[in-house]
Each structure stands twice: as C-alpha cells, then as structure tokens.
Design a protein around this ligand. Structure first.
Ligand SMILES: C[S@@+](CC[C@H](N)C(=O)[O-])C[C@H]1O[C@@H](n2cnc3c(N)ncnc32)[C@H](O)[C@@H]1O
Length: 242
C-alpha cells in the first residue's frame, strides 16, 4: 500500500469534516479530499481535478500559520485530518505539526509523509536523491520523546513510509516544550545518523492492519457525540497498539 492509498483509507475511516495539507505540489494527495480543505505550498502546480472546496495558499506553512485567522476558510476552526508533506526538513515538519495541533480535537488525525528513508542518502538534509525524505524521521522521533501523551505509529507504506499521530492536544497552544534544545541537538550536518530501526522499519506497522482497526469507528462515534477524549480514543486502537 502506498502513501496515497493509505491517505485515501484514512479519509474513509476518519470521515473528516475538514482537511488540511502542507505540501500540495501537483494535487495528488489533495484530490482525495471531498470536504472543506486548506492546501499550503509556495510552489504548487496542480495538474488534476480537485473536488473539494479548497483554500489554496501559495505560501510557506510558517507564513500561513502566522496569520491571524488561518482557518477562516473552513466552516469550523478545526482540522479533523491533516497531511504533513511540505518542506522535508525535521524542524519544518515538526513546526507544521505544532501549528496544526492548535486547531485539533483529540479525535483529529495527522499523517506525516516520508518518515522512513530507505537509505542515508535519501535522508540528507540537502537533496541529493530523486526520492527525498530529508530528515523528517527526526520530527516524529521528537514527538515520541517530548510528547509521550501522543500516539505515534510508523507505517510501512511504499515507498518511503508514513507516520500517524493520534490524540493531539490543542491546549498546548502551539508550543512544544523542549523544542529549542531539540533543534540544537537534532539538526546536524549531512550525512544523517539514521537509526537502523528506521532503515529496517523494525517498528513499522502494516498500514492495512491499522486501517482495519476498530479504533476508527470508535473515534468517529466519540467525535460525533462530542465526547472525543484522548484516553477513550487511544483505547479504541488497542487491537493494533497492543
Ligand atoms: C512531496 S511534495 C508534496 C506532495 C503532495 N502532498 C502529494 O502527496 O501529492 C512537497 C511540496 O512541499 C512544498 N513545500 C516546500 N517548502 C514548503 C513550505 N515551507 N511550506 C509548505 N510547502 C512547502 C514544495 O513546494 C512541494 O510541492
């Protein structure tokens, strides 16, 4: 299963009311949305039909989220599903997560793309390979280290892996404690020290198994009932989390 097949499965499972993505490019991921959406990319070149009612922002995600009311286009100030696929450098991807988290409920779902590089060259911060992940894998590791309250699941999607993040907490107010220290230690010159477990996908789950989890129905029911609570949502995924 590739990233777009998994994202299509997420649209079905999460039944989002709204969708946001950083990194639109030609619109291959955006075309999967059928709900009010926001797409952010300083250089998008959409070459296909988009069926969602979308605000396309030709800018960087940092500039976009610094605006006074960035989600003004959406009917509700909440992002139910987000795809983080903009600048492929760890600190940018992490900032995208922190910025989007301000507009979430515990039932919101975020997916990072390109988190499981196949080799060290691909993970270079300076793009030197056709298929480029950069060091985005460090952003999801930072969430594991700094935010143990989140559910962070690596997925063995083709070609370069994705990572699902569940149970965000908007009350963090767009801040990540420890961010500055993390930047200082994590952002290092190439080549990147990609852990063997990342290259070997040791801890990555089968995306089809994750999409088949009973947790999605539970998440949608809790959201619909206005009872989206992180513990209850996490419990729903016990069939894949153990
Ligand atoms: C891998 S492509 C996105 C692919 C798309 N999500 C898909 O799956 O079809 C990455 C995109 O991120 C955009 N990008 C680069 N820097 C960005 C930034 N700071 N904020 C938002 N997007 C950025 C690039 O212009 C590029 O189009």
């Amino acid at each position: 299963m590739n990233r777009h097949q998994f994202l299509a499965g997420l649209h079905e499972a999460v039944r989002p009311r709204t969708y946001l993505e950083t990194g639109v490019q030609t619109g291959q991921s955006l075309q999967l949305s059928r709900v009010p959406s926001i797409g952010i990319d300083p250089a998008f070149t959409i070459n296909r039909e988009i069926q969602a009612d979308v605000h396309l922002a030709r800018t960087t995600s940092d500039e976009f989220f610094a605006r006074e009311d960035p989600l003004a286009h959406l009917p509700i100030p909440i992002v139910d599903l987000a795809f983080i696929d903009g600048m492929h450098l760890a600190e940018y991807a992490l900032r995208d997560f922190i910025a989007v988290e301000r507009f979430t409920t515990p039932a919101s779902v975020m997916l990072f793309d390109d988190t499981l590089p196949l080799n060290v060259l691909m993970a270079n911060r300076k793009r030197e390979s056709g298929s480029w992940t950069g060091d985005v894998y460090k952003a999801t590791q930072a969430l594991r280290d700094l935010r143990p309250d989140l559910v962070v699941i690596d997925l063995d999607t083709a070609l370069t892996g994705t990572t699902l993040v569940l149970c965000p907490d908007a009350s963090r107010g767009g801040a990540l404690e420890g961010y500055d220290d993390w930047v200082e230690s994590a952002i290092t010159p190439d080549p990147q020290p990609v852990p063997e477990a990342i290259l070997g996908r040791t801890n990555a789950l089968d995306p089809e198994r994750v999409l088949a989890s009973a947790g999605w129905r539970n998440l949608v029911e809790l959201r619909s009932a206005g009872r989206a609570d992180a513990a209850a949502i996490r419990a729903g995924f016990s069939d894949v989390l153990g």
